[in-house]
Design a protein around this ligand. Sequence first.
Ligand code: HEM
Ligand SMILES: *[C@@H]1O[C@H](CO)[C@@H](O)[C@H](O)[C@H]1NC(C)=O
Ligand SMILES: *[C@@H]1O[C@H](CO)[C@@H](O)[C@H](O)[C@H]1NC(C)=O
Ligand SMILES: *[C@@H]1O[C@H](CO)[C@@H](O)[C@H](O)[C@H]1NC(C)=O
Ligand SMILES: *[C@@H]1O[C@H](CO)[C@@H](O)[C@H](O)[C@H]1NC(C)=O
Ligand SMILES: *[C@@H]1O[C@H](CO)[C@@H](O)[C@H](O)[C@H]1NC(C)=O
Length: 362
Amino acid sequence: MANGLSKRIFTFLMLISLVAVALNLLATVEAQNKKKPRRDVPIVKGLSWSFYQKACPKVEKIIRKELKKVFKNDIGLAAAILRIHFHDCFVQGCEGSVLLDGSASGPGEQSSIPNLTLRQAAFVVINNLRALVHKQCGQVVSCSDTLALAARDSVVLSGGPDYDVPLGRRDSLAFASQNTTLNNLPPPFAKASQLITDFANRNLNITDLVALSGGHTIGIAHCPSFTGRLYPNQDPTMNKFFANSLKRTCPTANSSNTQVNDIRSPDVFDNKYYVDLMNRQGLFTSDQDLFVDKRTRGIVESFAIDKKLFFDHFAVAMIKMGQMSVLTGSQGEIRSNCSARNTGSFMSVLEEGILEEALSMI
Ligand code: HEM
Ligand SMILES: *[C@@H]1O[C@H](CO)[C@@H](O)[C@H](O)[C@H]1NC(C)=O
Ligand SMILES: *[C@@H]1O[C@H](CO)[C@@H](O)[C@H](O)[C@H]1NC(C)=O
Ligand SMILES: *[C@@H]1O[C@H](CO)[C@@H](O)[C@H](O)[C@H]1NC(C)=O
Ligand SMILES: *[C@@H]1O[C@H](CO)[C@@H](O)[C@H](O)[C@H]1NC(C)=O
Ligand SMILES: *[C@@H]1O[C@H](CO)[C@@H](O)[C@H](O)[C@H]1NC(C)=O
């Protein structure tokens, strides 16, 4: 009798543990499916896919969680952050110079150069992320890494593709002058030919160019960035109805009004930007000419009809762009305030021990 009961209890317990094991397996499989794909992109020396695994294992979670809250209030900040990362990488490399108060397009000076208006509020978000990460892990995560992760999350939380970001960037000590900034950022009136050359000089090919321009599937622009296509003469490559609507938004060339970049789905990271281009509703010359130029037109069409194809190429191109002229190892520093260089040598002494620990994990 007692034997029969314990047998039944035993069977029952076995069943429960089997179910538990099965559930566990299922959960693992699901977690693996959910895990963002690691794109097949070579990474530069000094960066690593698991740079903060020991020093700050939660850094990605902290950033994603905070940005979810931030974007619930203002999804426009996702576009602003993505653009700041692009500017950071194109001017002197992804080393956080754009975040420095005093850089030509940095916080406090965004209005000094026309067409380079970076949103002040986005700089505040980066500094807040920096403070949150700092509080949890100490001064181990750079501002440039924080920005690269925040840009990735801006894409993801707007509906775009997820991807792993190689980490280990250090922050620059040098500002970006107005000349350096202007010389390195392509202007909105650039034609595809110029963009192709510009991007090729940075080891970004025409697929990367077309994919990265898809960043304009979110965000806004100020009238002076595109009114050269309306006044005094209307750009013939622009759809007439679209031009008329833009003229209502920008009654004068210098109007301070704004226009969404992607009229079909302004706040959603999708492939509608390419549909806009095919309908001659691209906002900048640099956008529309990608559909005019024979070398890039086919790529625009392929992205317009295949969102997954666009997403895959965008993720790869972002990882490539995110590694341009990075500072690693003992170069640069880990800023304590993203808007300013560290003062005094105490911090740099402190950093070195932490840096060695991080490097030993690569
Ligand atoms: C290909 C050359 C590019 C040119 C000529 C260009 C030019 C511009 C211009 C003129 C604006 C509007 C600025 C304003 O008037 O407020 C803008 C906005 C924007 N750009 Fe680009 N861009 C380029 C590439 C990129 C790339 C590679 C990305 C990111 C992957 C990007 C992401 C954005 C975003 C998200 C906005 C909206 C920002 C906001 O809403 O605050 N752009 N771009
Ligand atoms: C900046 O560029 C302008 C023209 O492109 C040039 O005249 C000027 O000397 C440059 N300034 C510096 C500090 O290099
Ligand atoms: C550009 O490079 C990417 C990988 O980085 C590759 O997938 C793509 O095919 C290349 N495109 C061209 C036109 O070479
Ligand atoms: C800003 O855009 C307008 C119109 O496309 C152009 O005339 C002007 O030169 C641009 N300025 C800069 C600094 O790119
Ligand atoms: C736009 O503003 C610039 C200077 O800010 C000025 O030189 C130009 O004449 C203005 N253009 C128009 C059409 O108002
Ligand atoms: C960060 O640096 C900027 C620029 O120097 C300064 O205005 C700001 O007060 C600093 N923030 C903190 C929290 O120290």
